[in-house]
Design a protein around this ligand. Structure first.
Ligand code: HEM
Length: 203
């Protein structure tokens, strides 16, 4: 790939990871969290989302197309096997590796999750609390979703750290250390929201 194109693709890949994909992830998990208030609250949230005007267009522009680009270019980056160019320590190099590993796990998870929910809906299945509870009636699915949620949230939180570096927001070692702690808090809080939301469909 020509150098200029590669630079722009990298920037776009990085930006999309946060806006809109990361924001969508937060919105999606918060919406699912409504299930902790009962089946009725969750079904009402689903109803509100389904009433968004031009929902399919919104989904394509803000979710499907950005994720498709981020995932395809992400796979290209992950398999380029390029070593970490920055002069970071052992911890950051491990995080760099896990960013790639979780990218691949997250991709497998998203493809399955979209098939099981959004594509089923397009084929006429009614999406509500009972439909999701039915998915989690399988212990294998609980394990799969637990791994998928942790992987996706790790990828997002650690990605937030590298986003701040890539866009020149955290430049020095001190600000990067502070960002490490902040993104760890993001990881713990968002993982809790995701897993707690899932548990509401099981109990
Ligand atoms: C909900 C889904 C996803 C979210 C929220 C997300 C978010 C992010 C964020 C915020 C970054 C940091 C960008 C930066 O370093 O400037 C990132 C990086 C990355 N993402 Fe994703 N991502 C998602 C899915 C995926 C998928 C499915 C793949 C496919 C393998 C992937 C592969 C990558 C790779 C390889 C990087 C590192 C880029 C680099 O170091 O230059 N991501 N992601």
């Amino acid at each position: 790939m020509a150098k200029g194109n590669s630079f722009l693709s990298h920037k776009l890949h990085s930006l999309l990871g946060l806006f809109p994909i990361g924001l969508f992830l937060l919105f999606h998990l918060t919406a699912n969290y409504q299930a902790t208030r009962g089946a009725e609250a969750f079904n009402q949230t689903v109803g509100l989302i389904e009433n968004v005007p031009l929902l399919l267009v919104v989904e394509f522009v803000f979710i499907y197309i950005p994720i498709l680009f981020h995932a395809v270019y992400g796979l290209y980056i992950a398999f380029q096997a390029k070593q970490n160019v920055g002069n970071f320590g052992y911890f950051r190099n491990q995080m760099f590796l896990w960013q790639r590993v979780t990218g691949i796990i997250t991709l497998i998870f998203i493809v399955w999750h979209v098939w099981e929910t959004r594509i089923q809906k397009a084929m006429g299945v009614h999406v509500d609390f009972d439909m999701v509870a039915n998915i989690f009636s399988s212990p294998a699915m609980i394990v799969f979703y637990t791994i998928g949620i942790i992987s996706t949230v790790f990828h997002f939180s650690n990605g937030l750290w590298s986003f701040l570096v890539h866009w020149g927001i955290t430049v020095g070692p001190r600000s990067q250390r502070v960002a490490t702690y902040l993104t760890m808090v993001v990881f713990v809080v968002v993982t809790f929201i995701g897993l707690r939301a899932m548990s509401a469909f099981i109990l």
